[in-house]
Write a protein that binds this ligand. Structure first.
Ligand code: FAS
Ligand code: PHB
Length: 388
């Protein structure tokens, strides 16, 4: 097979890139390891920065989002199970954000791909990437036992943190920055009405987060041990812990109910530099990972792909400059979001070796935030995201 851009990975980054390239008249093939339904079955991100909404709108991919997405002008932050502040991010940072689940985005992207007959190949095994240091790279994969080769001009590595594309860059040519956190997030979906506002809670028992997918689908998280299993967290234990960690005034509004999905995710900060190696360009989780505390992972993937699609369009129009600068351009926003996600994680979580002094210092940080417009503005402009 032959195409202009071979895209490895059919998650949000890979499928959005294919659609943005199509709109620029650039041909691509997406090669995804899992089945289409497996990808659609993942429960992940829930909050879109306004720049992400605008990228999807500009690409004509926001029909359902504009109906079912929930615009938020503020977030709440609580501490000690009793105090809570509301931060008016829209007023302080000049733009809101939106609750709209990644699962729905993925459905919208695949539907848009179907509408333009995009070439998405699922259940592609053993993807290998070749000759990226030449102007004629190619990839191979196995499908129904057959080995398939795709010749291309460029390979986009959109295959997530555990993908193959990042391994193509030799260790001698890349720098990896990594921080693992000594806890995880237990996430629960319940068919109950959510709190109207996203709520991040610091508590001596650990962090908690109240979010939503729609007016009858709530998404909640509690910090848990990395040794925990979902089997150790009955619904009763989860709700008891969530209602303990959340400020009383908010906890009294939470409607509990049976969980319909329960999973534990580890937290990690990771960035690889550079994001390009010859004709290979990394985007999304293949290039970086953030703890979800800052709601940045999916938004970074969208920003990377926005930059890469513009750079590839310029390249095919004869201007190589944007593509040569892709890594530096994308990394500017990546590092800003990586730092903010680390800051929010350090502020809101209970670390195993944490002392009472550390707990009190975190609470004092939140008390200062509650009383300072300057501090709230700083947090707000980072939470809603930098302009593209
Ligand atoms: P993805 O990992 O989504 O997609 C990569 C795709 O590549 C996958 O479909 C995979 O099957 C495929 N692939 C992998 N290896 C391959 C290979 N060798 N060949 C072919 N295909 C291959 N972000 C938030 O903002 N908020 C959250 O609450 C949040 N929660 C998360 C929970 C979990 C459990 C995880 C893992 C991530 C979470 N994230 C969250 C981050 C998440 O939303 C990512 O940022 C987002 O999925 C990034 O999209 P992609 O870069 O496309 O990577
Ligand atoms: C979610 O709705 O899944 C969500 C919201 C905000 C976060 C992380 C996850 O910071």
């Amino acid at each position: 097979m032959k195409t202009q851009v071979a895209i490895v990975g059919g998650g949000p980054a890979g499928s959005l890139l294919a659609l943005l390239l199509h709109q620029q008249g650039i041909d691509s093939i997406v090669v995804e390891r899992q089945s289409r339904n497996y990808v659609l079955g993942r429960i992940r991100a829930g909050v879109l920065e306004w720049t992400s909404v605008e990228v999807l709108r500009d690409a004509g991919l926001s029909d359902r989002l504009d109906i079912e997405g929930h615009v938020h002008n503020s977030i709440k932050m609580g501490w000690r199970g009793e105090s809570v502040m509301s931060i008016d991010v829209a007023r302080l940072a000049g733009k809101p954000m939106m609750s709209y689940g990644q699962t729905m985005i993925q459905e919208d992207l695949y539907a848009a791909g179907d509408a333009v007959d995009a070439n998405f190949i699922f259940e592609a095994d053993e993807v290998q990437i070749h000759d990226v240091r030449t102007d004629a790279p190619w990839i191979t994969f196995k499908s129904s036992g057959e080995t398939v080769r795709i010749d291309c001009d460029v390979v986009a590595g959109c295959d997530g943190f555990h993908g193959v594309s990042r391994t193509v860059i030799p260790d001698s040519a890349k720098t990896e920055y990594e921080k693992s956190y000594p806890f995880g997030w237990l996430g629960v979906l319940s068919e109950t009405p959510p709190l109207p506002t996203l709520l991040y809670a610091n508590h001596e028992n650990g962090f908690a987060l109240c979010s939503q997918r729609n007016e009858m689908l709530s998404r909640y998280y509690v910090q848990c041990s990395l040794e925990d299993t979902v089997e150790q967290w009955s619904d009763d234990r989860f709700w008891d812990e969530l209602l303990t960690r959340v400020p009383n005034s908010e906890a009294s509004q939470i409607v509990t109910g049976p969980s319909i999905e329960k999973s534990i995710a580890p937290l990690r900060s990771y960035v690889v530099e550079p994001l390009q190696w010859g004709r290979l360009f990394l985007a999304g989780d293949a290039a970086h990972i953030v703890p979800p505390t800052g709601a940045k992972g999916l938004n970074l993937a969208i920003a990377d792909v926005h930059y890469l699609s513009l750079a590839l369009a310029a390249h095919y129009q004869g201007d190589p400059k944007l593509l040569e600068a892709y890594s530096a351009t994308a990394l500017r926003r990546v590092w800003s979001s990586v730092r903010f996600s680390w800051y929010m994680t350090a502020l809101m979580h209970r670390f195993p070796e944490q002392t009472e002094f550390d707990q009190r210092a975190q609470e004092e940080d939140l008390i200062y935030l509650a009383g300072s417009t300057a501090a709230q503005t700083s947090l707000a402009e980072q939470y809603v995201g930098l302009d593209l």
